[in-house]
Write a protein that binds this ligand. Structure first.
Ligand code: SER
Length: 304
């Protein structure tokens, strides 16, 4: 039986993984550095992922055999304090690696991101094996983490798995500090009839993924036989790509009257180093990845 520890459990992904595991009768211990605002359907402990001894104790006490390590300082907020971002993103991951070796953890999931790409990648369509030259501290930490995965999986026979997520769109839990957050902000403002000031240029196109695709896709990948997984660092996956202007038009078509004013800031510079489209051929071939939600299907969830 799987017994799962989720770190950073109160974020966009964590909350939905908790729901999935609960539905499937899988034990979860959720941890985060703050208390949940709503009651969770699983055990919860406040724990700082930089405190290795505490996490190690929780793993032992709760007989954890699987870890979803979701702690991260995202791209935009990361640029405001790169030193702290590196510390949180990398030291916490290294703690999880050490704990996993010590406690013989069976499987670990660690999200990577489209932030690993950069201006040397073919940003029109990034392949699985593109040149990676991340430009943010977040992207650099994701790139370094991908290398650690390859190294530790080989050296200590760990089974750490990873996906390069596009911007994740969810409506129940808000993201925090990402460059792709504008999607949820714009939808939220305009659905209330308010105007929205967008921090990206109107034509800055980025890849996105609806949360259900992210969760079910990740579970499918985590349940795939290790021998079928040919990508040793992190899999590209693709949902759909949109620009702020395309989203604005789509919202107008759905009857939302708010106006969008474009006032690009440093986040647009980040977005310009990220891909427009993603080639996810390897994920399709190796573990049957397929996104179900396009933009229309995603918005239909919000407006049903
Ligand atoms: N959604 C993330 C961000 O914008 C990308 O991984 O930082």
């Amino acid at each position: 039986m799987e017994r799962v520890l989720i770190t950073g459990a109160l974020g966009q992904l964590g909350i939905e993984f908790i729901k999935y595991f609960k539905k499937n009768n899988i034990y979860v211990l959720a941890t985060d550095i703050k208390s949940p605002s709503k009651e969770l359907s699983c055990d919860f402990e406040i724990a700082d992922a930089l405190d290795k001894e505490h996490l190690d104790l929780l793993v032992k006490k709760n007989k954890i055999n699987t870890i979803y390590h979701l702690v991260a300082v995202l791209s935009a907020i990361g640029e405001t304090n790169p030193i702290n971002s590196w510390k949180v993103n990398m030291n916490s991951f290294h703690n999880i690696i050490e704990i996993s070796i010590e406690n013989k953890i069976k499987k670990i999931f660690w999200p990577s991101s489209i932030a690993v790409f950069g201006t040397k990648s073919n940003l029109e369509m990034v392949d699985q094996n593109s040149i990676l030259n991340p430009n943010t501290i977040y992207g650099i930490s994701k790139f370094a983490g991908e290398k650690l995965i390859e190294y530790y999986n080989k050296k200590f026979e760990l089974d750490i798995r990873s996906i390069r997520y596009p911007g994740i769109i969810s409506f129940d839990t808000k993201p925090g500090g990402g460059t792709t957050d504008y999607v949820m902000e714009m939808i939220d403002s305009m659905s209330k009839g308010n105007d929205y000031q967008c921090f990206l240029e109107k034509n800055t196109k980025l890849p996105m993924l609806y949360i259900d695709d992210a969760i079910l896709g990740t579970i499918r990948y985590m349940n795939t036989n290790k021998n079928d997984l040919n990508v040793k660092d992190s899999y590209n996956i693709s949902g759909f790509s949109i620009s702020p202007y395309e989203l604005e038009k789509k919202l107008n078509e759905n009857g939302f009257k708010g106006n969008v004013k474009y006032k690009p800031d440093y986040r647009n510079e980040i977005a310009k180093t990220w891909p427009k489209e993603i080639n996810d051929f390897d994920a399709k071939k190796d573990w049957g990845w397929k996104a179900k939600f396009g933009l229309d299907e995603t918005l239909a969830i919000k407006f049903k």
